[in-house]
Write a protein that binds this ligand. Structure first.
Ligand code: ATP
Ligand code: SF4
Length: 317
């Protein structure tokens, strides 16, 4: 059995806004094993990005982690001092964002910002330039890119630079938040191939945050479906494909375009909940065709319906 590198226990995150308290992540627990790619899937607003930021203790104000543990090698990341957390960001836990401009400074050459990042993490100045070159090569970028400014690069090249920085310190866990959403389909595939390659070469564990269930089913080992801040279903990819249980997961699946059949995609009616005043009972009940009185009143708990396959739905007991 592969060891867990990251254990998330009963994590709750809220945003304290002027218009109300947003419950963005509610009671999320999961384990990430060494070399595993876990896809976190859900519609916009389901809490995926907030979860990713919470794992690095980087939830911005007015957000707050109100409860839970994030154990990296047994140490609770949420209890570390700012100095301690700064050290592990990048070196043990790193993040690739949807928009590479989030991480790249537009006014500085790639080499300068990459080197600064390495020096901050204790690398020797005499070796840093060759490390920059090595990691840019590892993600398929030529040496000349080092001396470019971010605006001189294409979207795919910028994302490759972000990935090179994310892997340079060989972190145990890489969180990739919609890393391909801003890119065209050809470059999307190249970046996902690169992430697969990194997983294989460096043995990193990856959390892939995406709204795209098809991408998750194609690339990930394990899939966690979120809705309204809660986990709806969690399973090994093959198990999920063969034995999908939760009405929300099924709705996401039915909404996927099919190339090989004549079945038309079916869109899920309604809208995600307002997380300032989420519905009582099962948070998905206003959009669920199977909802009963019990669903409207009582929140379902997560139960194991098969080995490592968890579902939160009253249809399964
Ligand atoms: P998307 O795919 O659109 O990024 P998501 O699944 O990643 O969505 P989050 O961005 O984590 O979801 O948002 C979860 C909830 O938290 C939403 O209701 C969102 O409006 C709210 N939220 C996120 N960031 C903030 C913030 N900085 N201030 C207030 N509310 C926020
Ligand atoms: Fe639908 Fe009820 Fe299951 Fe929620 S608990 S997904 S409302 S059947």
């Amino acid at each position: 059995m592969r060891v867990s590198v990251l254990e998330v226990k009963d994590l709750w995150v809220k945003y304290y806004t002027f218009s109300g308290i947003v419950s963005a992540v509610s009671g999320v627990s999961f384990n990430l094993r060494k070399g595993e790619m876990l896809a976190v899937v859900g519609e916009s607003g389901s809490g995926k990005s907030t979860l990713g930021l919470a794992l690095l203790n980087m939830v911005p104000k007015p957000g707050k982690i109100v409860k839970g543990e994030v154990l990296l090698g047994g140490v609770n990341v949420l209890k570390l001092t700012p100095e301690e957390i700064r050290k592990i960001r990048g070196s043990r836990l790193s993040m690739v964002f949807q928009d590479p401009f989030t991480t790249l400074d537009p006014l500085r050459k790639i080499v300068d910002q990459f080197e600064e990042f390495l020096l901050e993490h204790g690398f020797d100045k005499s070796k840093s330039r060759s490390i920059v070159k090595e990691y840019l090569e590892a993600v398929g970028l030529p040496e000349r890119i080092m001396y470019s400014y971010p605006h001189q690069l294409s979207g795919g090249q910028k994302q490759r630079v972000s990935i090179a920085m994310a892997i340079a310190l060989n972190p145990e866990v890489i969180i990739a938040d919609e890393p391909t959403t801003a890119l065209d389909v050809v470059v999307q595939k190249q970046i996902m191939d690169l992430i697969d390659y990194i997983k294989g070469k460096y043995g990193s564990s990856i959390i892939l945050i995406t709204h795209d269930l098809a991408l998750a089913l194609e690339r990930a080992d394990t899939v966690m479906v979120m809705y309204g801040g809660y986990i709806m279903e969690y399973a090994d990819k093959k198990e999920l494909l063969n034995n999908m249980k939760h009405p929300y997961t099924k709705a996401l699946f039915e909404a996927l375009p099919r190339i090989t059949t004549r079945i038309l995609p079916k869109s899920l009616p309604g809208y995600p909940p307002d997380l300032r005043s989420p519905p009582q009972g099962c948070i998905f009940h206003p959009r669920c065709e199977y909802a009963t009185e019990e669903c409207r009143l009582k929140r379902p708990v997560m139960i194991e319906v098969g080995k490592g396959h968890f579902v939160a739905c009253h249809l399964y007991r």
